[in-house]
Design a protein around this ligand. Structure first.
Ligand code: HEC
Length: 97
């Protein structure tokens, strides 16, 4: 498999790297993990998302080590800088009118 293509777990849709099983265990109970994988953020944004769920949505406290591993996983695999749109089409591929 080319190194650039990350393996994705079929059941959860999570990129199988690092602490993905922790994320599967802690983040799929209330909503689909697709909600997780379809979001993007740097570490701070993911932290704020977790804090918001803890304050408003009954997310349990994560022990500091678990939280750290989850944040690292999310920021590494679903980062804010990931391109979310394809590149624009080249001019010669655009229709003429
Ligand atoms: C105790 C229940 C619960 C758990 C566990 C939980 N969440 Fe959530 N989360 C929610 C609720 C409720 C929402 C709002 C859902 C909606 O808007 O449909 C939400 C929304 C989200 C969103 C979307 C936020 C937005 O801005 O729209 C993301 C991303 C997210 N959760 C990530 C996670 C991650 C990562 C974990 C694991 C650390 C996690 N969730 C675990 C309850 C939970």
């Amino acid at each position: 498999m080319p190194a650039a293509v990350a393996a994705v777990d079929e059941q959860t849709g999570l990129i199988k790297k690092g602490a993905w099983q922790l994320v599967a265990a802690h983040c799929g109970g209330c909503h689909s993990l697709q909600l997780v994988t379809s979001n993007r953020g740097d570490r701070q944004i993911w932290l704020e998302t977790i804090r918001w769920m803890q304050e408003r949505q009954n997310l349990w406290q994560l022990d500091p080590q678990t939280e750290d591993q989850i944040l690292t996983y999310l920021a590494d695999n679903y980062p804010a800088s990931a391109p979310r749109r394809r590149k624009p089409l080249a001019a010669h591929l655009l229709p003429t009118n």
